[in-house]
Each structure stands twice: as C-alpha cells, then as structure tokens.
Write a protein of this length. Structure first.
Length: 84
C-alpha cells in the first residue's frame, strides 16, 4: 500500500493547568486544514490551533514525522496531552 498523506488540525484550549490539545480534526487538503485552524482560533474562540501534515503507511505501521503547516494563537509545540 502506498503512503497516505493526512491533513489534521489540532485545537488548543485553556484549562486549569494551562493549555491542552483537543481532538484532532481530519481535513481533505492543506488549504482546508489551514482555514479550519484559523477558524477554530478566530471564530470559535479556542486558545489556538495548529494545521499539520503527516504521511503514514498503515500496512506496515510506519508513521512519518508531523510537519506544521500553520499555527494560530497559543499552542503547545511538544508533549501534547489531549483534553478529556
């Protein structure tokens, strides 16, 4: 199976202990990921959002490094913990 390219947006929200990552949102292309990230931050009031791209090959369990397409607002760069 060929590699799959995934475009994902991760919203970030304020919680008692600081900023935490929310549930990732899949997007069909890089432009949609960037627009969704900007809307989550500017329109829906999240602390911030990051648009990412990642390649993966699920058949062999290989996941490529995530690359940041664009960031908006306040986000975490490392050690994300998802909101519960």
């Amino acid at each position: 199976m060929a590699e799959i390219i995934q475009f994902v947006v991760v919203p970030f929200d304020y919680e008692d202990n600081g900023i935490v990552a929310g549930e990732p949102i899949d997007c069909p292309n890089p432009a949609a990921a960037i627009q969704t990230a900007q809307n989550l931050w500017k329109t829906f009031g999240h602390a911030g959002a990051t648009a990412l791209v990642r390649t993966s090959d699920l058949e062999i369990g290989k996941f490529g490094q995530m690359q940041i397409l664009r960031q908006f607002g306040q986000v975490l760069n490392e050690g994300w913990s998802r909101a519960s």
